[in-house]
Design a protein around this ligand. Sequence first.
Ligand code: 5GP
Ligand code: ZN
Length: 115
Amino acid sequence: MSTDCIFCKLADGRIPTQFLHEDDLVVAFKDTNPQAPVHYLIVPRAHVASVAALETQHLPAVARCLEVAQRLAREAKVERRGFRLVVNTGQDAGQTVDHLHVHLLAGRPMEWPPG
Ligand code: 5GP
Ligand code: ZN
């Protein structure tokens, strides 16, 4: 837990939010500034700044993020058309919240390469 981290506060309930999913390792909620018709954030409960700071002990939560992404994509009925998972890491990638999170984006065609 990090005292002034916004995603820690959301994950542990200090800032109330509606979870799309919650379990012992991760929570998921809607992004406040959606970039696609479906835009969810899947967030480990433990504070890890980014992929660059990952350690072996965090890997079960990372695996759970992918499992939850699959489930939420299925529930949003975008599994067949497709969806994109994004993990921005560091300044060049545009990471703005320094608590590891997976974006689940879907509901429109996505471009490649990304901007
Ligand atoms: P990043 O740019 O770090 O990859 O993604 C951070 C995401 O968190 C952004 O898409 C931003 O809209 C979202 N975000 C920032 N603050 C909040 C918040 O307080 N609540 C929610 N639900 N999303 C947030
Ligand atoms: Zn945090």
